[in-house]
Ligand binder design. Structure first.
Ligand code: NAP
Length: 313
């Protein structure tokens, strides 16, 4: 719903995933009439998953898109408004802050950045089509669905080692496929994976395709040897991408403090270095990355923003 805009918003929330929508529920119940800017991936990463079984309150699980839809409606019920589009530029050097979207500029007294992080993808069409249908970027979320199945984990960093090790709880076998002989992972994580009898390594292999998009489920991956270009097919029931995440923070570079990987730095809970600007969810968290932790930090950012607006009307 695109409602008429006040000249200056109380609080704008950038991002409509779990963190942003929880912040919207809290700020709207505080009568702040928040405006949520949907972003490039409305609903965030949950909208790209299927069944979510670890979000409290859903004993039979809930579909990711349904969970997001429920949160949206819950926030809307208390006066949250939504705006389609993504923020192209921000001016945060004075209040009200100015946010430039494709079609308009929005001014706001407080800002919650909940723009999330996007899982890096290989860029294959089959991978995109099978996301949530055997292709996953979250072992914690989806590992449970692969009991006694064979899985490929793609990547050579700590995430890939961690995911592969975690997935051996469920899978009958995990194959780590990495494009180089050398690993980026820390020695301890690599050694742990190497010592696990359920894990084997295939290097240096590049994933050419995930089969079979036409059937709507994962049956194998087609791999190409990085040096000899020889191809092989590895039969698997699931593919987990462990090739990293990219926080969606490009527009804040040079404005908000961030770490080397681009995650926003917070202090005193959810405060950024700019007073009145708060961060919530995966945009400031490369450690936990769970729906429930994102929701929790959205709540914290909302309470911090509310307090800030009381003290700095
Ligand atoms: P990362 O260190 O950037 O590693 C990403 C891996 O994916 C690399 O091996 C990279 O290959 C591969 N990769 C990237 N793009 C690819 C592509 N298009 N196709 C195939 N392979 C691709 O990311 P991360 O593992 O998520 O770790 C991020 C940070 O979090 C690191 O600092 C890590 O130590 C930390 N972390 C820590 C823990 C822990 O301590 N428990 C757990 C997870 C993450 P190349 O090596 O060839 O570039």
């Amino acid at each position: 719903m695109n409602a008429p805009q006040p000249e200056i918003e109380n609080v704008v929330i950038i991002g409509s995933g779990c963190a942003g929508l929880t912040a919207a529920i809290y700020t709207s119940r505080a009568d702040l009439r928040p405006l949520v800017i949907d972003g490039y991936e409305p609903g965030g990463q949950l909208s790209l998953t299927t069944m979510v079984e670890n979000f409290p309150g859903f004993p039979d699980g809930v579909l990711g898109p349904e969970l997001i839809d429920r949160m949206r409606k819950q926030a809307e019920r208390f006066g949250t408004r939504y705006l389609e589009g993504a923020v192209r530029a921000v001016a945060l050097d004075r209040r009200p802050f100015a946010l430039t979207l494709e079609s308009r500029t929005v001014h706001t007294r407080a800002l919650i950045v909940a723009a999330g992080a996007s899982a890096r993808m290989l860029g294959l069409e089959s991978e995109r089509k099978l996301l949530g249908h055997g292709v996953s970027s979250c072992a914690t979320c989806d590992g449970y669905f692969f009991r006694e199945r064979e899985i490929a984990v793609i990547g050579g960093g700590d995430s890939a080692m961690e995911e592969a090790t975690f997935l051996t709880k469920f899978a009958s076998r995990v194959t780590i496929v990495h494009r180089r002989e050398e690993f980026r992972a820390t020695k301890i994580m690599l050694d742990r994976a190497r010592a696990n009898p359920k894990i084997r390594f295939l290097t240096p292999y590049v994933v050419e395709d995930v089969l079979d998009a036409q059937k709507g489920c994962v049956e194998a991956v087609r791999l190409r040897h990085a040096r000899t270009a020889e191809t092989m097919t590895l039969p698997v029931d699931g593919v987990f991408l462990g090739i990293g995440h990219e926080p969606n923070t490009q527009v804040y570079r040079g404005i908000l403090d961030m770490d080397e990987a681009g995650y926003l730095k917070t202090r005193d809970h959810t405060h950024t270095n700019v007073p009145g600007v708060f961060a919530a969810g995966d945009v400031a968290d490369h450690v936990y990355r769970q729906a429930v932790t994102a929701a929790g930090s959205g709540c914290r950012a909302a309470l911090d923003a509310e307090k800030f607006l009381t003290e700095h009307p």
